[in-house]
Design a protein around this ligand. Structure first.
Ligand SMILES: Nc1ncnc2c1ncn2[C@@H]1O[C@H](COP(=O)(O)OP(=O)(O)OP(=O)(O)O)[C@@H](O)[C@H]1O
Length: 598
């Protein structure tokens, strides 16, 4: 779009001012030869292309647009280079330039001898006058362009922006401010900011001239709270000084302030996206086709649909974290944060502030900006409290409060913040035994155990081991870039019969180890950690000894039966001689395949 068109109104005013001063018709034309403004006989041609009205003049104007040089036609009717319209006697044309580029021109045309006289007698001062007018128009275009660009920047910014004058009255705002505050521009402009944000410190900046950045402001007293929830923003306030610079000046009080603010939930989401994001996971990734694991997966899928607290129990490495993530990512909160806190890995003294956050300067060494806790970060989503059995009794009380009242209190604060967080806790410890031993609060246990989910150990679902082994092998072989097709029979038997005290985590580690060591396409026992091989050969030895004892036992029973005979009474005697009960004798005869008759 032509730039002169943006300031059509001003252009017309300038044309009319020139005509009023000189009594000569004026046309103002943009760089596409469209008449933007005009007086006298040009007024009705506004909006038309110059070529349509005056081909010759159009061509001449085109030259001015190209060269940027003004020209004067003294005798239009007798100028060979200028085919004037019948009535044109003289013309002065001056370019309008912005940053060295011609964006249009002004043409003054004399149709009477008197007008021609005015044009030609004042040629010098007239051209200077026209150049000034052209400069004015160009400045206006430039201003309008900057203002339009600034407005669109301010409107597209993701922060709310408010400008406030020295009396604390809102003078302008952007679209985001309307959205975050929940009021329209018309409602906001003209009111005192302290009316809607009584808890803000912006007035300090008006007095001191010193701004502040990213300060957390919670407007508990704001009349615009939504559903009783305080407005919660991270706000930057900068002074506006008369010089137009934002920096403070000791000599002059600010003439106003600019506030930019962001919703705390957006800040939390951004921090989460940048730092905390966990890999997502779904129930499809949970491997296993045994009835046991299929039942637990089905249970997990149902749990995902609710918002209730879940307590996942199971031995170490059975997939408690995996299930917690799958529950979160299959539920309605999947687009919101999933925050994990390992209660066993953080010293008790730090865990409280990690979970609940702290106020600025709450304790020695605390950051002066305070800190947002994991519960706040998880707001709207899920918090996964792993190793919950390791939580100290002191923090158990605090967690119980959160679960009961759905609100948290930062360390060093007396203010409660409402939160909407789904809690999933997990432990491999026996919480009921811990309750008996006075190590875990019974009331907290009941609050956590709303939906219990127990994960089976690997030895309870031995039939899943081959599948887990094969999938882990494929993954690690791909990662390392080795071509390994499987396990040889002996190794597979060894791995399936192993007890896996560390469950799937141990299984994955063993496979990773084996893939690293393997030199053949099939994994052999040589690539299996020595402790597994030892356990296996120990089991083999045990089996050998048992077999020898069976042979020996069979020989003794057969000898005694040959001596006593095979009738019912004889077997009573034989049991007595052998020092075992009659039922044991009958069972061993059956198990060892001993002849029961002569
Ligand atoms: N059913 C499964 N299918 C595939 N991988 C699994 C399965 N269960 C667990 N895993 C994998 O085993 C490893 C251990 O799982 P996870 O950390 O979830 O166990 P955990 O019970 O939380 O352990 P801990 O009690 O020690 O914290 C992870 O790498 C996980 O991806």
């Amino acid at each position: 779009m032509s730039r002169l068109l943006d300031i059509r109104q001003t252009t017309q005013e300038v044309a009319e001012a020139i005509t009023a001063a000189l009594g000569i018709d004026v046309e103002i034309i943009d760089d596409r030869l469209t008449i933007i403004a005009g007086t006298g006989r040009y007024k009705e041609k506004i909006g038309q292309k110059e070529e349509e009205g005056n081909v010759q003049s159009g061509l001449t104007y085109s030259q001015v647009l190209q060269t940027g040089e003004p020209y004067v036609i003294e005798d239009a009717q007798n100028n060979a280079d200028y085919a004037a319209l019948e009535a044109e006697l003289a013309e002065v044309c001056c370019p309008i330039k912005l940053s060295g580029r011609v964006i249009g021109l002004m043409g003054l045309v004399a149709f009477t001898e008197q007008q021609r006289h005015t044009l030609l007698c004042n040629r010098g001062p007239l051209l200077t006058f026209l150049e000034r007018m052209a400069y004015l128009l160009a400045s206006k275009v430039s201003e309008t362009k900057i203002a339009t660009e600034l407005t669109s920047i301010v409107e597209t910014i993701r922060d709310g922006i408010l400008a406030v004058d020295k009396d604390g009255i809102i003078t302008s705002c952007n679209m985001m401010a309307e959205r975050l505050i929940g009021q329209t521009r018309e409602q906001l402009i003209g009111i005192a900011l302290s009316k809607i944000w009584p808890d803000s410190s912006f007035h300090e900046v008006l007095q001191s001239g010193v701004g502040y950045r990213d300060r957390e402001e919670i407007h508990t007293r704001s009349p615009l709270r939504r559903g009783g929830m305080p407005l919660h923003f991270f706000t930057t306030v900068m002074p506006i000084n008369a010089s137009g610079h934002g920096a403070s000046s000791a000599d002059h009080a600010p003439i106003g302030t600019v506030l930019s603010f962001r919703d705390s939930a957006d800040v939390r989401r951004m921090v989460y996206d940048l730092t905390e994001k966990e890999e997502s996971s779904s129930f499809q990734e949970i491997i296993g086709t045994s009835e046991t694991i299929l039942r637990v997966k089905e249970q997990g899928q149902k749990i995902a649909l609710s918002n209730s607290t879940v307590l996942i129990t199971g031995e170490s490495g059975t997939g408690k974290s995996l299930f917690a993530r799958a529950i979160h990512h299959s539920g309605s909160r999947k687009k919101r944060p999933f925050i994990t806190v390992n209660c066993g890995a953080i010293p008790d003294a730090l865990l409280e502030s990690e979970l609940f956050g702290y106020e600025p300067g709450a304790f020695t060494g605390a950051s002066k900006n305070g800190k947002v806790g994991k519960f706040e970060l998880a707001n709207g989503g899920t918090i996964f409290l792993d190793e919950i059995g390791d939580l100290s009794l002191h923090l158990q009380v605090k967690l119980l409060h959160v679960l009961q009242y759905r609100e948290i209190e930062r360390v060093g604060s007396t203010r409660s913040l409402s939160i909407d967080v789904r809690v999933i806790a997990a432990t491999n410890r026996d919480l009921e035994q811990m309750i008996t031993d006075g190590e875990f609060r019974e009331d907290l246990f009941f609050r956590l155990n709303v939906i219990p989910l127990h994960l089976p150990s690997l030895k309870e679902r031995q039939e899943d081991i081959p599948l887990l082994l094969t999938q882990a092998l494929a993954r690690h072989a791909r990662l390392i870039g080795k071509e390994i097709s499987g396990f040889d029979q002996e190794t597979m038997e060894l791995l399936v019969s192993y007890q896996w005290p560390g469950n799937i985590r141990e299984l994955e580690n063993v496979v990773e180890y084996a893939v690293n060591l393997a030199t053949e396409r099939l994994i052999t026992v040589d690539s299996i950690p020595a402790r597994l091989r030892r356990t296996h050969s120990g089991e083999k030895e045990t089996r050998k000894l048992k077999a020898q004892l069976d042979v020996f036992e069979k020989q003794i029973i057969e000898r005694v039966l040959r001596e006593t005979g095979y009738s019912v009474e004889d077997k009573v005697k034989a049991a007595k001689l052998l020092g075992i009960s009659e039922s044991t004798l009958y069972r061993r005869i059956r198990e060892l395949g001993i002849r029961a008759r002569p």
